[in-house]
Design a protein around this ligand. Structure first.
Ligand SMILES: NC(=O)c1ccc[n+]([C@@H]2O[C@H](COP(=O)([O-])OP(=O)(O)OC[C@H]3O[C@@H](n4cnc5c(N)ncnc54)[C@H](O)[C@@H]3O)[C@@H](O)[C@H]2O)c1
Length: 367
């Protein structure tokens, strides 16, 4: 099979944790031919470790986009730059895998979708949690109607103390927000995807700036104490989302919150036939999927742990970043749709943006 030529823009945390190893694991389908970072050593190091023979290093993303060999671009830069780089990439006729969230605001995300549609290229967003075995299992159950009509959901993205202390996560201008946009985005994505409902009616939100600037709150942070002086974003945020068909979702997101039940990239779904919960995150030593319903005169739970994998494509299973990457490369090679569709990621960004707006303006936001 033909190998796609991939260029990576932003060679920091997520590029090293997810993109480089996943692309390497799928080296039968691609080779990494170009690396870009404004910090040159990062791009140099990545090129040395993962690059194909003759891989190029750039410090300006425009030069990487002008490289005629590059066919696919992975955008792994802070949120605020996603739209500028993605739009330029579509204009340069590259396929784009952009890290989540699509953008820091609705307006920019809509411009990205418009540029993508004009370009005729492929586009997806980094919601790799959809490829976790328990999420695949739950989605398959929802598709088959095993939960009945799902009318209540909860998107969990709660950390007790896990403020990211590297990069620009605490910088409002670079990221657009804190835990809501950073991890709330994953929990909302899997919840909406399982409910298969993107028809939002209204959003109400509360955003808290209670612990970020308190020196005593930094105790016990998973990534070491953060600097309360430079902490600019929210430390927790709550959203109440009503869908057009009356279904309702609660979204809880925090990097720091005095709450015991800390779940991340998790969802709770309540349907007319059954309910289901995914447990993963700080409070849970392993990932679990629990279905609940009444049966034989009693309430019962069915726990799937460790969760068996659900073949998503070609019988494949394994680590979610690698599976996500493989289906993306196959979508580009075969001209098929990637699992994470741009319109779905746009809907997530619109809801998150509306939660911030609702909190700021102290009102319900109607869609
Ligand atoms: N999918 C996930 O689960 C997941 C996890 C973590 C981060 N992310 C996303 O990945 C993105 C990056 O996060 P990170 O943790 O890797 O941050 P990071 O700060 O560790 O890395 C970002 C890199 O981009 C470089 N950079 C910044 N502006 C640039 C530009 N204009 N051109 C080229 N390089 C530039 C920086 O020098 C840095 O090396 C964010 O959008 C974040 O939301 C996704």
């Amino acid at each position: 099979m033909k190998k796609l030529k991939v260029g990576i823009i932003g060679c920091g945390g997520i590029a090293n944790q997810k993109h480089f190893p996943a692309l390497k694991n799928n080296e039968d389908l691609n080779e990494m031919v170009a690396f870009c970072d404004i910090i040159e050593e990062r791009a140099e190091k990545a090129a040395k470790e993962y690059g194909a023979d003759g891989a190029r290093v750039y410090t300006d993303y425009k030069e990487l986009l002008a490289d005629p060999e590059v066919e696919v671009v992975h955008i792994c830069t802070p949120n605020v730059s996603h739209s500028e780089i993605a739009i330029a990439a579509f204009e340069a006729k590259k396929h784009v895998y952009c890290e989540k969230p699509m953008s820091h605001c609705t307006e920019e995300a809509e411009k990205m979708v418009e540029a993508w549609k004009k370009s005729g290229m492929q586009f997806t967003i980094g919601y790799q949690n959809r490829f976790r075995a328990e999420v695949q299992n739950l989605h398959a159950a929802c598709e088959k109607g095993e939960l009945g009509e799902i009318y209540y959901g909860k998107a969990h993205a709660v950390r007790r103390r896990a403020v990211p202390t590297w990069g620009v996560f605490m910088d409002k201008e670079q990221q657009g927000g804190g835990p809501l946009i950073d991890i709330g985005t994953h929990a909302l994505d899997i919840t909406l995807w399982c409910m298969n409902n993107y028809d939002v009616d209204s959003v109400t939100g509360s955003v808290f700036y209670k612990l970020g600037n308190l020196p005593q709150a930094t105790e016990g942070n998973l990534f070491g104490p953060w600097d309360p002086e430079t902490y600019e974003v929210e430390d927790s945020a709550m959203g109440f989302i009503k869908m057009k068909n009356g279904a309702t979702i609660n979204l809880e997101a925090s990097w720091a919150l005095n709450m015991l039940d800390s779940r991340e990239a998790s969802t709770t779904l309540c349907g007319t036939e059954a309910g289901a919960e995914i447990h993963s995150g700080m409070s849970y030593p392993k990932n679990e999927l629990i279905y609940n319903r009444g049966r034989n005169g009693q309430l019962m739970e069915e726990t799937i742990s460790p969760v068996g994998s659900v073949a998503y494509f070609g019988g494949g299973s394994g680590e979610e970043g690698t599976i996500d990457n493989r289906q993306w490369l196959e979508a580009v090679l075969n001209g098929t749709e990637p699992l994470v569709k741009p319109e779905e990621a746009l809907a997530v960004t619109k809801v998150l943006d509306a939660i911030y707006r609702s909190a700021k303006e102290n009102k319900e936001i109607k869609f």
